[in-house]
Design a protein. Structure first.
Length: 132
């Protein structure tokens, strides 16, 4: 009974993600995907492709909403599952690696941008002396 209720709840969460995406409400889509991943983790074994696909969707939404460190974590979890279920040579696995690398690059770029010191202001030029 609990598994049936969890499965139904996961279906509702998945539908809510799609509705939010269609509406362009990326924050709501991410929130629903996060809840869906928690339900999927309860329903499926840790190496289940279904869980991997839920994590993949979550990672994409986290990256889209600039939750980059969380996105990297979700990509890594999805990659570990999908490499096992689909194999290292699978196109999906290559796409996940590509997206993970892009998100890591964006994270590093953002970190560098945030930690760069402010440039020193240019000193005011000395005023020209008044002619006598």
């Amino acid at each position: 009974a609990d598994a049936t209720a969890a499965a139904a709840a996961l279906e509702l969460r998945t539908a809510a993600v799609l509705v939010a995406i269609d509406a362009g409400d990326w924050g709501a889509a991410r929130t629903e995907a996060e809840a869906g991943c928690k339900l999927a983790a309860q329903l499926y074994p840790p190496s289940s492709p279904a869980l991997g696909m839920q994590l993949l969707r979550l990672a994409k939404l986290q990256a889209h909403t600039e939750r980059l460190p969380a996105a990297v974590e979700s990509w890594l979890r999805a990659l570990a599952i999908l490499r096992t279920s689909h194999g290292d040579g699978a196109r999906l696995v290559h796409e996940v690696r590509r997206d993970l690398d892009r998100t890591r690059t964006r994270t590093r770029t953002l970190t560098l941008t945030l930690t760069e010191p402010e440039p020193e202001p240019e000193p005011d030029p000395e005023p020209e002396p008044e002619p006598e």
